[in-house]
Every structure is written in structure tokens, then in C-alpha cells.
Design a protein around this ligand. Structure first.
Ligand SMILES: [Mn+2]
Length: 385
């Protein structure tokens, strides 16, 4: 069984932090900006939404106008964070004159005071030259995204925007491309919201309750309630400052981490019945069929099952195999000791040392995927002995 001492011995070194030059450049860019476009990665998780909303609330309290953008809307409990309804998924109507009226945002959905709105209506009738209209932003801040393409359609459909405006790249992924004019990239941070809390200190902005709530939500979800190796004394000190600022830590823990929808609980009740072991109990896996998902009702999310398998005592690799709605078979892997990113990479997937995944294209079956995965995992276990 894994011991605490073993975990301490394998604690990773903290990588280099953000340079003074990058801090100054970022603080300068934010101070001089009036209208800031905040973007986060597609398929947003708690850190993505916590970053987007938390920084948005804080910058507004500091007198800035903000637009909050993400290619996909948050769902489930993340949609209940303050300000989530303001997130826009399409930037074009906010700045492109041609055809702008077609997809104009609903009233109150975007930021107020956009002087572009009045111009919009006029330009539709007067066919003005497209390029003369000034952009409604003077700065972009990208949040929790290791590369611009992680922003999904937000970047793909608006590439010239990202070339015309200065960009701050604020992130905590090892693999970050450092694509910004200023790069606030700290792989030693447990979440992007941790980096945001640091820049707010430098800007002299104390988070209001809404900002503190969203920022703490990002910290708690990305660090699994301060349990990951990336959680440091600094993480805890910054989290404490957010609790002091009014973030409801207990309510957040319940809503974001413990509460689950009924459909998810029903799905788990079926999927856990498939739990099996191989390699003398070093591998555990769970299988999720379409029938299980469809008979469990809405919000039947299988997230967490590979972690459940991986957390069983004696298990070195936990796996969940799921039939996707698209006919592909999706595989999630978790391990405390085996390089599962390398195993996933053998099948075109990827991920991190502790969490990785891959998929097998339709018409693959769970049985095919299971056989291939078990062979690869057993080979990795044998090589490590
Ligand atoms: Mn993150």
C-alpha cells in the first residue's frame, strides 16, 4: 500500500516562477487597459470558470469593463457560480460589423457600455467599410489554457483579434506555449486562480465576495480540495485570503465536490458492478455501456470512475472504459506510480503522469479496447519491476 513517506519522498521540485519582467509587463498592460476580453479554454472545468468569473469580478471592482468568453457554456454546479450567465460563447457579434445584427447578443448578456452597439445598428443600414470600427477591447487575457488553440472556436473564429490586441497568457500548465506579450505561467501553482490571486495582490485589488468565491472555486476543484501534489503553503495562504474576503468554503466544497446529480449516482450504481481486477490486483477497471448511461437519466456523468478504480488499495493503474454516443470507446486512466501518459500515447491519447486518456474509434468495442489496454498496462508494469 502507498505510504505517506513514499509520497513525500517523490514530491516534485517546484519549477521556476514568473519573472519580474513578466509581472511588470502584465501589471502595466492591465493598468493601461479599460476594456478587457477574458477568455478560457473550451470544455471548461472549475479552474477555467473560476478564473474567468473571478478575474472578471475583481477587474470590474477595480473599474475595468470586461467581457467573459468561453467556447462552451459551463454546466452543472459551475453554472451556479456568480456571473456564469454573463459568459458569451461567440465574439463575432460584439466586434464584427458585417452581419453583426444577425447574431446580436441578448440584452444584458454581455458587458454594459459597449459603445459599439449603437454603431452596430447604424452600420447595418449604411454599409460602412468594415475595418474602420475600433475594437471594443484593448487587451486579451487568456486563462488556464496552455496554447491558444485550447480556446477552441473562440480562437479559431477570431484569429486576427489575437494578433491585433496584446495578450496576457495566465496559466499553470508545464506544457504552456508562452504565447502572450506577458506570460504569467507558473507550473508551481495548483490552479490558474492561484496565479490570478497573485496578480490581484500586485494590482492592489482586494477580491470582493463574488470574486473570492469564484477564485476559491477554481483552487478547490483543480487541487481536489487541496489534495494534489501541486498544493503548496502558498496555495493555502492564498486560499485563506479568499476565505477572509468572504468566499464560502464549506458551501463550495459541497456544491462543487461532494454533491452529485441523481443520474450520476444511478450510473455509478450500475457501473461499479462491472469492477474487475487483473495482474494480481495491480490493475482495476470499470466498464460503462451506452445502456447504463441511457437508463440513468439526465446528467449521467461517468467522471470519477477511473479515479475510483485507481484509488483501491494495491491497485497501480485504474481504468474506466466507456461507450461514447459517437460509437468510439473512451478510456480514462489513473495511477500513482505508473507513467500512464505514455500508455495512453501508444493509442494516440495523452495526459499527465497521474491522469491520462485515449480513445478507440468506432466500430471499436469495449472488449477490443479492454484487451489492448490490459496488454499495454501489463507490459508497463512488467517493465517497471
Ligand atoms: Mn487549471
Amino acid at each position: 500500500m502507498t505510504t505517506v513517506a513514499a509520497d513525500v519522498a517523490s514530491a516534485p521540485e517546484i519549477p521556476p516562477a514568473i519573472t519580474d519582467d513578466d509581472w511588470s509587463a502584465a501589471v502595466e498592460l492591465v493598468r493601461n487597459a479599460h476594456r478587457i476580453l477574458l477568455c478560457t479554454h473550451r470544455k471548461p472545468d472549475g479552474d477555467a470558470i473560476g478564473s474567468l468569473l473571478g478575474l472578471g469580478h475583481a477587474l470590474e471592482s477595480g473599474g475595468k469593463q470586461v467581457t467573459l468568453a468561453c467556447a462552451d457554456r459551463p454546466d452543472g454546479s459551475l453554472a451556479t457560480l456568480p456571473g456564469a450567465a454573463r459568459i458569451v460563447t461567440d465574439l463575432a457579434p460584439l466586434y464584427r460589423p458585417a452581419g453583426a445584427a444577425r447574431a446580436a447578443p441578448r440584452a444584458g448578456e454581455d458587458h454594459e457600455g459597449s459603445e459599439g452597439d449603437a454603431t452596430d445598428n447604424r452600420s447595418a443600414g449604411l454599409s460602412r467599410a468594415p475595418a474602420v470600427r475600433p475594437l471594443p477591447w484593448d487587451l486579451i487575457i487568456s486563462l488556464d489554457a496552455s496554447a491558444l488553440d485550447r480556446l477552441g472556436a473562440l480562437y479559431d473564429a477570431n484569429r486576427p483579434l489575437f494578433e491585433r490586441l496584446p495578450v496576457i497568457d495566465l496559466d499553470h500548465h508545464f506544457t504552456n506555449d508562452r504565447f502572450g506579450n506577458a506570460n504569467l505561467v507558473d507550473p508551481g501553482a495548483a490552479s490558474a486562480t492561484e496565479v490570478i490571486t497573485l496578480i490581484l495582490e500586485r494590482l492592489g485589488i482586494t477580491p470582493n465576495v463574488a470574486a473570492a468565491t469564484c477564485l476559491l472555486a477554481g483552487m478547490m476543484t483543480d487541487s481536489l480540495s487541496f489534495q494534489t501534489e501541486s498544493t503548496t503553503p502558498r496555495t493555502l495562504r492564498l486560499a485563506a485570503s479568499l476565505v477572509e474576503a468572504g468566499a464560502p468554503i464549506s458551501a463550495l466544497a459541497y456544491v462543487l465536490l461532494r454533491q452529485r446529480p441523481m443520474g450520476g449516482a444511478l450510473l455509478w450504481s450500475k457501473a461499479l458492478g462491472t469492477l474487475q481486477f487483473a495482474a494480481d490486483g495491480k490493475i482495476a477497471w470499470i466498464e460503462v455501456t451506452r445502456a447504463m448511461i441511457e437508463s440513468s437519466g439526465p446528467a449521467a456523468d461517468s467522471g470519477g470512475l477511473s479515479g475510483f478504480a485507481g484509488n483501491i488499495a494495491g491497485v497501480q493503474v485504474g481504468m474506466a472504459l466507456e461507450e461514447g454516443a459517437d460509437g468510439n470507446v473512451y478510456v480514462g486512466l489513473r495511477s500513482q506510480s505508473v507513467d500512464i501518459a505514455a500508455i495512453a500515447a501508444q493509442f494516440g491519447g495523452g495526459g499527465h503522469k497521474r491522469a491520462a486518456g485515449c480513445h478507440f474509434l468506432s466500430p471499436a468495442t469495449i472488449a477490443d479496447a479492454r484487451a489492448k489496454m490490459l496488454a499495454a498496462i501489463e507490459a508497463a508494469l512488467a517493465a517497471g519491476e
